[in-house]
Design a protein around this ligand. Structure first.
Ligand SMILES: NC(=O)c1ccc[n+]([C@@H]2O[C@H](COP(=O)([O-])OP(=O)(O)OC[C@H]3O[C@@H](n4cnc5c(N)ncnc54)[C@H](OP(=O)(O)O)[C@@H]3O)[C@@H](O)[C@H]2O)c1
Length: 346
């Protein structure tokens, strides 16, 4: 099969197109999918550069070649002996965080909690842009912050980096819960985030959001470290000083700490830092979020897309052979929505 692999960590030059890769075989509880499209998430760029080595190398059967990519939309080619939900020819979508199941390839095998039927009203390219960012947002709110949709309804929410992959989805989700949304982006993305449902749009290169916003209930921080040292404090400043307020960051320190200190020392150190910050910021609730696969989240996403409550936001589309250009584009940190990879050989 064809695919894009890395054989060592590094910049975009380590990405290689290869059409002699071994086709994966589905286990009894897995589905083999002919992948029509995938998309790029910042985690792919980070893994390419060696981020998470301490964990991901332990999970991989061989260190290299490594196929990156989490999102997929495609067609079922074969099902494992215990799978009855899907049949050959079904149109499916989903995402994975398995170290051995990358999506920048012609075929991929997926576990049953990672895959579902694709909404029929969007293309493969559009479908591949959504699962990872949507399920990250879903895990952020439901799993890590323990919030239910009814807890979020009508709240005042700040989405940092509203024009990115997660931000464009999150704004639409919060809008569906009737939230009042403020967001930050560059001037050129003003119309985009407005059209998705943001009420207040702040151009972060010219204005300081912390002087403009107050009494918010939730901050979803998709900027984190990139915003500089005081960024998190500023985000927390815009929240009400109450125990119903939540600051949630997507930039989790765990993996980096494990890379720096090793798993044995890194884990307790990261837990200590987290507890310390939680204590310091009381009564505000502080959460670090990590993507988690969720079949119920994927099914909810299907409903939102089918009802056109959520629309995919695609910045650009590249062929798999253009994987270097696609990573370059995502690396700018200024894509509007998602960079999609299309498997043009079909
Ligand atoms: N913990 C997890 O499991 C998890 C999962 C997914 C993502 N993440 C993290 O969450 C972050 C967002 O992910 P993503 O997929 O949305 O990334 P993305 O699509 O690459 O985000 C790009 C966007 O960030 C905006 N941006 C850059 N600097 C900004 C700043 N200082 N203030 C406001 N906006 C800024 C850009 O907007 P303009 O072009 O308008 O400047 C651009 O639209 C990344 O750091 C990613 O690593 C974590």
């Amino acid at each position: 099969m064809f695919g894009a692999v890395i054989n060592k960590y590094g910049d975009t030059s380590v990405l290689e197109y290869n059409d002699l890769l071994e086709e994966p075989k589905p286990k009894a509880n897995q589905v083999l999918v002919e992948i029509r499209a995938s998309s790029i998430n910042p985690i792919d760029l980070m893994k390419r550069q060696g981020y998470g080595k301490a964990i991901f190398e332990k999970q991989r059967s061989a260190s290299f070649p490594w196929i990156l990519g989490s999102d997929f939309a495609g067609i079922v080619k074969e099902v494992g002996t215990k799978v009855s939900k899907f049949s050959k020819g079904d149109e499916v979508w989903g995402c994975t965080s398995h170290a051995n199941h990358g999506c920048y390839a012609q075929y991929g095998v997926f576990d049953l909690n990672e895959i579902d039927f694709k909404p029929t009203n969007i293309s493969f390219n559009e479908a591949a842009s959504l699962p990872y960012v949507a399920l990250t947002t879903w895990a952020t709110l439901i799993r890590w912050a323990s919030l239910r949709p009814q807890d979020i309804k009508n709240k005042k929410v700040l989405v940092q980096a509203g024009a990115g992959g997660v931000g464009t989805f999150a704004i639409q989700l919060f809008k569906s819960w009737n939230c009042e949304i403020a967001t930050t982006c560059s001037n050129h993305n003003y119309d985009l985030v407005k059209s998705l449902g943001a009420k207040t749009v702040i151009d972060y290169s010219n204005e300081d959001f912390s002087n403009m916003l107050k009494d918010y209930d939730i901050v979803l921080d998709c900027v984190g470290d990139l915003g500089g040292e005081s960024f998190m404090k500023k985000c927390i400043q815009v929240l009400k000083q109450e125990n119903t307020s939540h600051y949630i960051t997507l930039n989790h320190p765990f993996v980096r700490t494990l890379d720096d200190k090793g798993v044995l020392l890194g884990l307790p150190h990261a837990l200590y830092l987290r507890q310390k910050l939680k204590r310091e910021q009381r009564p505000i609730n502080i959460h670090w979020s990590l993507f988690r696969p969720s079949l119920s989240g994927l099914q909810e996403l299907n409903k939102l897309v089918s009802e056109e409550v959520v629309k995919p936001v695609v910045d650009s589309i590249f062929g798999l052979k253009e994987i270097v250009l696609a990573h370059d584009k995502a690396s700018t940190g200024h894509a509007s929505g998602k960079v999609v990879i299309q498997n043009i050989n079909d």
